[in-house]
Write a protein that binds this ligand. Sequence first.
Ligand SMILES: NC(=O)c1ccc[n+]([C@@H]2O[C@H](COP(=O)([O-])OP(=O)(O)OC[C@H]3O[C@@H](n4cnc5c(N)ncnc54)[C@H](O)[C@@H]3O)[C@@H](O)[C@H]2O)c1
Length: 240
Amino acid sequence: MSFVVPGPRRLVVTGAGSGIGRATAALAAARGWTVAGLDLAEVEGLVPCDITDEDSVREAFRQVDSLWDGQAPHALVHCAGVYRFKPATLTTAADWDAVVNLNARGSLLVAAAAAERMTASGGGSVVLLSSIAAARGDAGEPSAAYSASKGAVEALTRQLAVEWGPYEIRCNAVAPGVIDTPMTTVSHHPEAFEQVLRRIPAGRLGTAEEVARVCLFLASEESAYVSGTVIAVDGGQGAS
Ligand SMILES: NC(=O)c1ccc[n+]([C@@H]2O[C@H](COP(=O)([O-])OP(=O)(O)OC[C@H]3O[C@@H](n4cnc5c(N)ncnc54)[C@H](O)[C@@H]3O)[C@@H](O)[C@H]2O)c1
C-alpha cells in the first residue's frame, strides 16, 4: 500500500489582506505551500493589485512571476471581492457597475492571468468565490448587484472548467454562507443577527478558516477529478 501525500504547491491568493483570503494564505503557508498574496489594501508582504484594473492585474502577476523565477502557480484562490447592501430600487448604474465589475469581471481577469501561466506549465486549479446569494434571495439585507455578480461567478466557473479542461486546468467555486469576517456587518445589528442565525442550521456564523479549508481542498490534488462545480460552505443554510 502506498500513501500519496500531495506536496507543497505554489498558490496565488487574492484578497489576502483580510477575511477568507487572509485565512487561506495563512493556512496554505502553515501547510508548507508557497504563497503569493495580492490585495488592493497596502499590506506588508502582499503584492499590490486592483482587480478592477486589467493593467494592475497583469503587473501583479508579472511580480509573482519574478518572485517565483518564472515558475507558474499550481493554483489560484480568488477571494478579493466586495459586498454592498442596497435595495434594488435604490441601486444606481454606478452601484451595479462597481459591484459587478469587481466581483464578476475581476474574477475573469484574475483567473485568466493565472490560467495563462498554468496552460504553459501543464495545468492547475482555479478557485473562485461565489456566495449563498447566487442561489437565494435575501429579504433582510437585499443586494441585487451582489447577488447578480455571484450568479455570474458561478456561470463563469462552469464556462472556464469547460474551456480550460483540455489544458488540465480545473475551475471550481466555493459559495460561503454568512462568515465572520470584516465584510459581514449583520452581527453589528442584534435583531437582524438573531434572524440570520435562525436561518442557519449550524446556529452560528462560519469562520474564515472553515472556508479556507474547502478552498485549499479545491486548490489541491485532493480534488483532482472535481471541476465545474460549486461547493457551499454555509452551515446548512442553503438546505433550509
Ligand atoms: N464574509 C462572508 O460572509 C461571505 C459570504 C459569501 C461570500 N463571500 C465572498 O468571499 C470573498 C472574500 O470575502 P471576505 O469576507 O473575506 O471579505 P473581506 O472584506 O474580509 O476581504 C476582501 C478583500 O478583498 C480586497 N479587495 C477589495 N477590492 C479589491 C480590489 N479592487 N482589488 C484587489 N483586492 C480587493 C480587500 O482589500 C480585502 O482584503 C468575497 O468574494 C466575498 O464576496 C464572503
